[in-house]
Design a protein around this ligand. Sequence first.
Ligand code: ATP
Ligand code: MG
Ligand code: MG
Ligand code: MG
Length: 565
Amino acid sequence: MRVSQLLNPTLREVPAEAEIISHQLMLRAGLIRKSAAGVYTYLPLGLRVLKKIEAIVRQEMDSKGGQEVLMPIMQPAELWQESGRWDVYGEEMFRLKDRHQREFCLGPTHEEIITDLIRGEIRSYKQLPILLYQIQNKYRDERRPRFGLMRGREFIMKDLYSFDRDEAGLDVSYQKMYDAYCRIFSRCGLAYRPVEADAGAIGGTGGTHEFMVLADSGENSVVYCPDCNYAANVEKAECRPQPVEAKAEKGERQLVHTPKVKTIDEASDFLKIPATSFIKSLLYQGDDKLFLVLVRGDREANEIKINNALGGFISLQLASPETVKKLLGCAPGSVGPVEVPPSLLVIADQEVSLMEYAVCGANKDDYHLVGINLKTELRIDQIHDLRTIVPGEACPNCRASLKEARGIEVGQVFKLGTKYSKALGATFLDENGVEKPCVMGCYGVGVSRTMASAIEQNYDESGIIWPIPIAPYHCILVPVSTKDTQVVEAAEKLYQELQSLGVEVILDDRDERAGVKFKDADLVGYPLRITIGSKTLANGQVELKERKGGDTRLVSLNDTAGQVK
Ligand code: ATP
Ligand code: MG
Ligand code: MG
Ligand code: MG
């Protein structure tokens, strides 16, 4: 490739809309351009990086026996109604209708589609386990699309789904994916940590780990142990069973008597935060665990959000008491189960308008634990800031002092169990002819987010420093003059030579000053720059400069190709 022909519009200025470094550099280096909030076009160099990450992901999935498929982006509402998620997925789902008014969504994830496929095609235990994956666009109407590729509304994910005969099989599949994810992120040149995570709204029975890239711009807080491999998302850390009293002793936490609240105003009064927009968490104790309930009221948004520690984050758009009942499995004013054991005390007045629900948790009747060292007002996307485990506390494994870092979630592995296979009837006949539901797992890598994360960890004041395995090209050839025929000829010759050796090389043949070419090369972040100037060429030499570390050396023109390779 020749830079003169390449669509690579670099920018000198930092675009005002870009808050974090990867977003700034991707725009400045001409890798992406915005089409709408959270929706981007990948320009040629950006796409090359993306394809490299995809290739790494594909290799690692294939090596674990994954088979690639491609599922539809457009998904029929019926499947989501069968799984029960059509009504609960909330505003993050893009919904559309066809000309016959049939409802569809743009897939935010693919459990329904894949389970539907499996129920049609798998009959016998002999066909299991099976691991199917795809690399494809996902659509989520994020509340706050931002940070460029980090939180898009259209983004690229690799999602693999495993189907096993039993839990033991699932454990094997899970471990395979866990290992594959470690390899993927290492190969992409990332410093990451697998952390214990909460099961989240996706539901499911067992374990889940998030893969966190440590970077200051991360939206998650990770507490980790410097001495052993313990690490946890603070959401998870927060939920570790601990006696209420013990917690209450530390700091200003206390168990207080609270009146039952019926309206947002009452709740806001009790929580001592403004009624117009509030979010507050209450910790309460169930049979043997502590649960965190987030209460959020927002008159503008017409909704209350509830986060419970086991069930994860449930977004409710409360339309009526019936909706509350349907979603929480209990009527307003009564105590009832959410999907998982914790009971929620739902308090609402049948008369009040849809905004005026407050949902509170309590361990003892009429008691709530408040003041759990939380910020009193948070945006939904800052929920990760909540914490009860703080750096300096002892590691649960080895008692060393825990540290904290910001993390970007680049991947997650889940044990789903039989939630979807039971709901949709994806069953098989075992050795004894007994019909059983497949035991499932799902595993996602944010491919486009991984690209952004790689920049968050690899840059300097001049631009991106791509790790070699995902660099758009390995090396750039910069002839310092386009007037000097010897320089031009040497550059052309080397360019051909490197290409024939299979080196991914790009030639900056533009009629620009050397300084401009160097700046662009640094900004885009090619791992190696080969500069061909008349002075060094007179000695039969060219200059090799490594982007990372800046090591520079002169090598003989004849040896260059061999050295680069
Ligand atoms: P987050 O907590 O950041 O919202 P998630 O937990 O909702 O992410 P998953 O459903 O676990 O995401 O999806 C698997 C992976 O897809 C995530 O680990 C992340 O890397 C990526 N991903 C999720 N949402 C986005 C997004 N809006 N833009 C880019 N990548 C995303
Ligand atoms: Mg999300
Ligand atoms: Mg998450
Ligand atoms: Mg996740």
